[in-house]
Design a protein around this ligand. Structure first.
Ligand code: 3HC
Length: 717
């Protein structure tokens, strides 16, 4: 129930915004505020008004679900204008989150009192939007255009102390609870009344926005042009803050409103709203019994102190969870430790982590060589070399030493979870936790359930991932799981495009122009080409010889070119700077010749469509098989683990946006041209015909699916 709860106590009216869980400013809340404000204004007994949020938070902004529909009256800027125009002092009392429209509401009030723990910010840019209720006009008037741009463009919130220093809040309330805040707001209100102080309206302040050097805006535009490439919101944000410095307040508000609507109705905002909700939905596992409880994980062991093991250890330590790393010998442990220390030092030097936090995290990471030392840990994550034999041997050992109830996880990115689990006598406790490199930074955690993973094991790793700040997605068990299985097809088609007429730099540039931070070949050069070469060689004996196979990557490795680390791969390197290499072009042309192919020009558009269709066709199979629960889960994986541009919503959103019939027709054309590898996924063919979206085609809990699916009967331990 969305309500404004009104109470009154010694001259002060308290309006409590009550719309759990985040007190979003839904239509009912805006209407309730207008009515409550009017009542308080008309009541002669009310001398001051406090606006506060119910429970643990102020307001997390506009109701994002309403942004996809025509907006309803009362419009938000009008509500804020009415609040600002009141002659009685209005005090915003802030705790929890005061974000987006929440901060805009606070800025329209005459004073702001906050708990030190509050987070205040304008994160609209993360939704492809700009603050549309005066945020771009009022915040620069309080903190100046440079700081306002910093906050609005980054979307990052600041805490109460920083907000006080910046002048966003007027006073910090003592204490930590909602009751403390209420008390602080009450005291503040009475002080205002006793002193008969009249606030200067934020909209009337001019000192920070007059005589601003226009170079500030040009500078920001030119410095960020490459970073903002393809995105709409950032330029509009700069234009609005510039307008705050050049136009009267009312005209600035009109300018902001116009820009806000253009963004709100854009496909970029739609895509980013989709990702916002998909990220939250992904952590909910369909079919998991409601009464299943996640185990509390108070200590973690990591097997392996290499790059992945170290990153995973840091991810847990950063969240305050003690970690023990196990290695074969002291030297490997010391090397791993040195890398971790170096990573923390870099974070501190960059300012992304405080010295104290880094020092505390480091004390939580210990090393050892003896499995007996980790027997009492609640969770162990194996993160060693990608070899089934080695992993099985480790899991046999873990099974022998770990306490009953411990969760045994593997960080494999491709191997069969069930085969690993079969090495133990407790397959119900075994699960995949696929982290992405660098694991202390990347948000995605692709958890992979085996046939016997118990509900409790699944619930525990999903919940733990959130605790350590990751975005968890649950995948079924198949080769490559969701992310790498799709990636395999994407890379394969890029390789075929090379044989047909494209160059690595053309493919990379086309994908970059679409919005990927990096194309396929720069990415492969960065990761190193030798590991996948070894994997391919291992599979050579069992490869289906009737299937098209591109030998380009193998030929490049045969030249000893393993990517950036050897100074050459697909590109030539001078340090980290890549340049196109005529030798590679000649190598690719010779492969085309060997295959009897006539090379033809390939357009950038064809490159992008072919690469994306490869993702979508495999994604549709993954969805139909129940390997992914929802199309949104696939999008979350691609946006957070594979650099798919958030403002395009992920591959499955992209396909739906283009029209599943259009994508199907494209894939059908490729099937006729290229053969079996492009056979359209049956689900895609069906939906293209019926005109429905992905949600009509996902395997539901209890559906037949394959026994590898994410929905197979969830075993309660
Ligand atoms: N509108 C609608 N629903 C929202 C919401 C919002 N602004 N913010 C959060 N929710 C929902 C989530 O979808 C989730 O729903 P679910 O339980 O059904 O999955 C629930 O509230 C809890 O959210 P989280 O799981 O994200 O909870 P956390 O405690 O982890 O995080 C938060 C809280 C930091 C507030 C985070 O939810 C958040 O960042 N919210 C969005 C903030 C935002 O972007 N605000 C700007 C909105 S646009 C705007 O204000 C336009 C204005 O300028 C005109």
């Amino acid at each position: 129930m969305a309500t404004i709860d009104e109470t009154f106590d010694s001259n002060v009216a308290y309006l409590t915004i009550n719309n759990p869980p985040v007190n979003a400013l839904a239509t009912a809340i805006r209407a309730g505020l207008v009515a409550a404000i009017r009542k308080a204004a008309e009541n002669p007994a009310v001398k001051a008004i406090v606006i506060i949020g119910a429970d643990k938070t102020f307001v997390a902004g506009a109701d994002i679900r309403e942004l996809g529909k025509p907006l309803q009256r009362p419009f938000f800027p009008d509500v804020l204008a009415a609040i600002e125009a009141l002659t009685k002092p209005v005090i915003a009392a802030l705790h929890g989150n005061a974000l987006g429209g929440g901060l805009e509401l606070a800025l329209a009030c005459h004073y702001r009192v906050a708990l030190a723990s509050v987070k205040v910010g304008l994160p609209e840019v993360t939704l492809g939007l700009l603050p549309g209720a005066g945020g771009t006009q009022r915040l620069p008037r309080l903190v100046g255009p440079a700081k306002a741009l910093d906050m609005i463009l980054s979307g990052k919130p600041v805490d109460g102390r920083a907000a006080l220093l910046l002048g966003i809040v007027d006073e910090l309330a003592e204490g930590t609870t909602g009751a403390d805040l209420l008390q602080g707001a009450q005291t503040f209100a009475h002080k205002m009344l006793a002193e008969r102080r009249r606030a200067t309206l934020v909209s009337a302040r001019q000192d920070k926005v007059s005589a601003v050097d226009p170079a500030l805006f040009e500078d920001i535009r030119s410095k960020n042009a490459a970073k903002w490439r393809g995105q709409l919101a950032q330029e509009s944000i700069v234009a609005c803050v510039e307008a705050a410095c050049t136009l009267p307040f009312a005209e600035g508000m009109a300018f902001e409103r116009e820009r806000f609507f253009a963004l709100k109705d854009s496909s970029q905002c739609k895509a980013m709203r989709h990702v916002f909700f998909a990220e939250r939905e992904a952590s909910k596992v369909p079919g998991l019994p409601a009464d299943v409880k996640a185990r509390s994980v108070r200590s973690v062991a990591i097997i392996g102190a290499g790059t992945m093991g170290g990153g995973i250890a840091m991810a847990f330590a950063n969240a305050g969870i003690p970690v023990t790393q196990i290695e074969l010998g002291a030297e490997a442990l010391a090397n791993g430790r040195a890398i971790i220390e170096n990573n923390y030092a870099t974070s501190v030097a960059r300012g992304s982590m405080s010295r104290d936090k880094a020092a505390k995290a480091l004390t939580l990471i210990k090393g050892g060589t003896n499995y007996a030392d980790i027997a009492d840990c609640d969770l162990v994550v194996e993160a060693v070399f990608e070899s089934m034999d080695i992993k099985k041997a480790i899991f046999r050992k873990l099974d022998a030493v770990m306490k009953p109830g411990a969760i045994l996880a593997t960080n494999t990115s491709t191997l069969d979870i069930d085969e690993i689990a079969a090495a133990t006598k407790r397959p119900e406790a075994v699960i995949g936790t696929h982290f992405f490199s660098p694991a202390n930074v990347m948000k995605l955690q692709e958890n992979v359930r085996g046939a016997h993973s118990s509900a409790e094991t699944i619930a525990s790793v999903m919940s733990l991932a959130k605790k350590i700040g990751k975005i968890p997605v649950l995948s079924g068990n198949c080769e490559g799981f969701i992310g790498n299985r799709m990636l395999y097809n994407y890379v394969r088609e890029c390789d075929f495009l090379l044989e047909e007429g494209a160059t690595p730099w053309q493919v990379d540039n086309a994908l970059k122009a679409f919005g990927f931070p990096m194309g396929v070949y720069l990415m492969r050069d960065l990761a190193g080409l030798d590991v996948s070469w070894r994997v391919r060689k291992g599979r050579e004996a069992t490869r289906d010889m009737s299937e098209r196979y591109s030998p380009i990557a193998d030929r490049i490795c045969e030249l000893g070119r393993f990517g950036q680390k050897t100074g050459a791969g697909y590109y030539r390197y001078d340090g980290r700077t890549a340049s196109p290499d005529p030798k590679i072009e000649a190598l690719i042309e010779s492969v085309s010749r060997d295959q009897g192919r006539t090379r033809k020009p390939v357009s950038d558009e064809d490159i992008v469509m072919r690469a994306l269709c490869a993702l979508v066709n495999e994604g549709a199979k993954i969805l139909e098989e129940g390997i992914a629960s929802r199309a949104g889960d696939i999008d979350v994986i691609y946006v957070n683990g594979y650099g798919f541009p958030r403002y395009r919503g992920g591959p499955m959103f992209f396909a739906e946006h283009e029209g599943l019939a259009t994508i199907h027709a494209h894939i059908q054309r490729l099937y006729l041209e290229q053969g079996q590898l492009w056979k359209p996924a049956p689900l895609l063919a069906r939906l293209a015909k019926s005109g429905e979206g992905w949600s009509a085609g996902a395997a539901s809990p209890g559906s037949p699916g394959r026994n590898t699916g994410v929905h197979q009967a969830i075993v309660k331990q």
